[in-house]
Design a protein around this ligand. Structure first.
Ligand SMILES: O=C(Cc1ccccc1)Nn1cnc2ccccc21
Length: 325
């Protein structure tokens, strides 16, 4: 089988939500290549936490007795609950007995984002949090039945993009796809990014160890790289209150160039301008921030909306393919 599903941006492209049939209900889920749990708001979630969300009703599923899950994300958000097996359909691609993790508790960040009805993890199943036995991601459940064991991400700035499962749509990118090998030891789509440049010119240095993470909004890079970037933004400075680099919203940001698999990709300065820090719209928060404390770089949505990405398991070593959009 193969299929295509829309990826609809929230305000400021903070995350992208895709319609997914879970049991007999369609929910809007955040497809997340940075985690491996498929969890949903449910009729088991306290009403005080689930108002405004679409809810999965586990009555259509088969309860996996004694199974629980509990996930925490790098930004401090999290959720936990119980586990059911049920039908999950994404763009026509069907997993007949997918582990669906029903939330019995969610953190305030999820409670408040009423567009988001849960997450669909697309990292490696080795980091799924279900106890006593890790469960397969949706992609792992359907991989063997896909025309090709791969999926692609085509996210866009302020517009609907797509995730495709089982095929590469050559109308969605330009030029050739350049591939890098993935190290799955940490359960992420992790690879080595090469040189970078600020503004224009030839790339140099090395960004290093990085993950392709659709579930992270921004780009988190080494301090040396981030300082080199904001040195080119006159009004920029590190604002500890905001927890990152800010600048005057009126200032034009330089492009950021990064070399992956031997090909240089350009993230436009307009894409790096993330959002105002408050309703005055005077000061803006940058889409490139420091990876301090994370342990690797994260190429999140700010980067991913500039490229077409292939998450490829056609070979014994998984690969990431990058092409210009
Ligand atoms: O957790 C992270 C990475 C991160 C972000 C900020 C600081 C440190 C680490 N992303 N992420 C991946 N999936 C997510 C789901 C919800 C929230 C964040 C999510």
């Amino acid at each position: 089988q193969s299929g295509e599903v829309a990826a609809n941006p929230e305000q400021y492209d903070e995350s992208y939500l895709c319609p997914v049939q879970v049991g007999q209900t369609t929910l809007n889920l955040d497809f997340d290549t940075g985690s491996a749990d498929l969890w949903v708001f449910s009729t088991l979630t306290p009403k005080s936490e689930s108002t405004g969300h679409s809810l999965y009703n586990p009555s259509t599923g088969t309860k996996k007795s004694g199974y629980t899950w509990d996930i925490s994300y790098g930004d401090g958000s999290g959720a936990s609950g119980t586990v059911y097996a049920d039908k999950v359909v994404v763009g026509g691609v069907t997993a007949t007995s997918q582990a669906v993790e029903a939330a019995t508790s969610v953190s305030s960040q999820f409670e408040q984002d009423t567009d988001n009805d849960g997450l669909l993890g697309l990292a490696f199943s080795s980091i799924n949090t279900v106890e006593p036995q890790a469960q397969k991601t949706f992609f792992d459940s359907v991989k063997g039945s896909l025309a090709k064991p791969l999926f692609t991400a085509d996210l866009k700035k302020g517009a609907a993009g797509t995730y495709d499962f089982g095929y590469i749509d050559s109308s969605k990118y330009t030029g050739s796809i350049s591939y890098v090998n993935v190290n799955t030891a940490n359960g992420f789509w992790e690879f080595t990014a090469s040189g970078y440049a600020v503004g224009s010119g030839s790339v140099s240095g090395s960004v290093g160890d990085a993950i392709a993470d659709t579930g992270t909004t921004l780009m988190y890079l080494p301090t040396t790289v981030v300082q080199a970037y904001y040195n080119k933004v006159d009004s920029a400075d590190y604002d500890s209150n905001q927890g990152g680099y800010t600048y005057d919203c009126s200032e034009n940001l330089p492009n950021f160039l990064i070399s992956l698999g031997g090909k240089t990709f350009t993230v436009s300065g307009t894409d790096i301008n993330f959002a105002p820090v408050d309703s005055s719209g005077e000061t803006c928060f940058g889409g490139i921030q420091e990876n301090t404390g994370i342990g690797m770089s994260i190429l999140g949505d700010i980067f991913l909306k500039s490229v077409f990405v292939v998450f490829d398991q056609t070979q014994s070593t998984p690969r990431l393919g990058f092409a210009a959009q």
